[in-house]
Design a protein around this ligand. Structure first.
Ligand code: NAD
Ligand code: UFG
Length: 348
């Protein structure tokens, strides 16, 4: 019997790629998303890309905080596990609107956990983030590093991790995997799905992509005086398809009777600077990315990359793609969809 997986936030960037891998891996998938930061077009394309498996996808446009609607979905289907992506993720906005972030991310998650418990579904994979390592004292970051939060968004990740540890302590039937993503970039190789942020992108690669297609004049580089190879910040960029596969590995791990509440980094273990990433994208796209050097962005760490050992040993998962493939696939998506899922008229 095919397993039933509920994916919250499944219309979003990482969610849509994961839903596609789930469908092609033979899972039946139900997506719950309020489309606050995504488009239903992404799911239509996922359905098409999944071919014969496309019929195993269903979608509910529901906010996670709508408990009654969520209960109905759990009554209709008995889920084997939930992958929980839904949440707001813009760091700067979270500083301006902390209550929006606490309300959406925390109440959304608590409501989901209550409904799961009521329906006897106690298997969860949660999207945490490398942001919980703050400015790490050393690299690579291992899962045992001390945790901190530099902004309300990061605090929601930290709080939800703690909530998960507490509910597992209270009831050992819960099996929970907390996945700490490093920097997801790239797109599905088909070029049909990818990242489509609303408004001005906060993150490096969506910004670079919009410069390449002529939507923005230049990339502002936040700081070139770090103690790194070329002075710019270093991150662990991971191909979104590798990340999506990490979720399938986590689901397999949940079938392991011994697991309690475990945390895994999902990264490549390699650090790449802003200038190296820009150069790789220029190579992949044949486009020149004009740069404007600026001061450091408040709250940014200098060097962050993952220790990947735990995920490799215990999840039997390892990232396959390097920055060349990430940039190639990101450019393929960007050149085919310069305005993402929208059009010049609907997209600012
Ligand atoms: P995304 O914004 O593309 O996807 C999140 C989805 O959740 C969106 O489709 C949005 O509409 C939906 N959503 C938000 N609040 C909701 C609610 N209350 N009810 C129902 N749906 C809701 O973001 P993403 O990049 O795909 O990230 C997915 C998850 O991974 C998030 O939890 C994010 O914090 C986490 N994460 C992302 C990154 C990154 O760099 N992209 C890094 C680390 C962790
Ligand atoms: N950067 C620029 N110019 C830009 C955007 C970014 O120079 O316009 C630089 C940053 O200073 C940093 C690097 O590019 O050195 C990467 O920045 P991103 O904003 O793409 O990524 P961050 O590592 O700062 O943060 C992202 C998410 C967080 C998440 C973290 C780890 O925004 O939510 O990755 O997963 F927690």
């Amino acid at each position: 019997m095919a397993k039933n997986i509920l994916v919250t936030g499944g219309a979003g960037y990482i969610g849509s790629h994961t839903v596609l891998q789930l469908l092609t891996g033979g899972y039946r998938t139900v997506v719950v998303d309020n489309l606050e930061n995504s488009s239903a077009v992404a799911l239509q394309r996922v359905k098409e890309l999944a071919g014969q498996f496309g019929n195993n996808l269903s979608f509910h446009q529901v906010d996670l905080r709508d408990k009654a609607a969520l209960k109905t979905i759990f009554t209709e289907t008995k889920f084997d596990a939930v992958i929980h992506f839904a949440g707001l993720k813009a760091v700067g906005e979270s500083v301006q609107k902390p209550l929006l972030y606490f309300n959406n991310n925390l109440i959304g998650t608590i409501t989901l956990l209550e409904v799961m418990a009521d329906h006897g579904c106690k298997n969860l994979v949660f999207s945490s983030s490398a942001t919980v390592y703050g400015w790490p004292k050393e690299v690579p970051c291992t899962e045992e590093f001390p945790l901190s939060a530099a902004n309300p968004y990061g605090r929601t990740k930290l709080f939800i991790e703690e909530i998960c540890r507490d509910i597992h302590c209270s009831d050992s039937e819960w099996k929970i995997i907390l996945l700490r993503y490093f920097n997801p970039v790239g797109a599905h190789p088909s070029g049909q799905i990818g990242e489509d942020p609303r408004g001005i992108p906060n993150n490096l690669m969506p910004f670079v992509q919009q410069v390449a297609v002529g939507r923005r004049p230049a990339l502002t580089v936040f700081g070139n005086d770090y103690s790194t190879k070329d002075g710019t910040g270093v991150r662990d960029y991971i191909h979104v398809v590798d990340l999506a596969d990490g979720h399938i590995a986590a689901l397999c791990k949940l079938s392991d009777s011994k697991i309690g509440c475990e945390v895994y980094n999902l990264g490549t273990g390699k650090g790449t600077s802003v200038l190296e990433m820009v150069a790789a994208f220029e190579e992949a796209s044949g486009k020149k990315i004009p740069l404007v050097m600026a001061g450091r962005r408040p709250g940014d760490a200098e060097i962050v990359y993952a220790s990947t050992e735990k995920a490799e040993h215990e999840l039997k998962w390892k990232a396959k793609y390097g920055i060349e493939e990430m940039c190639r696939d990101q450019w393929n998506w960007a050149s085919k969809n310069p305005y993402g899922y929208g059009s010049p008229e609907t997209t600012k």
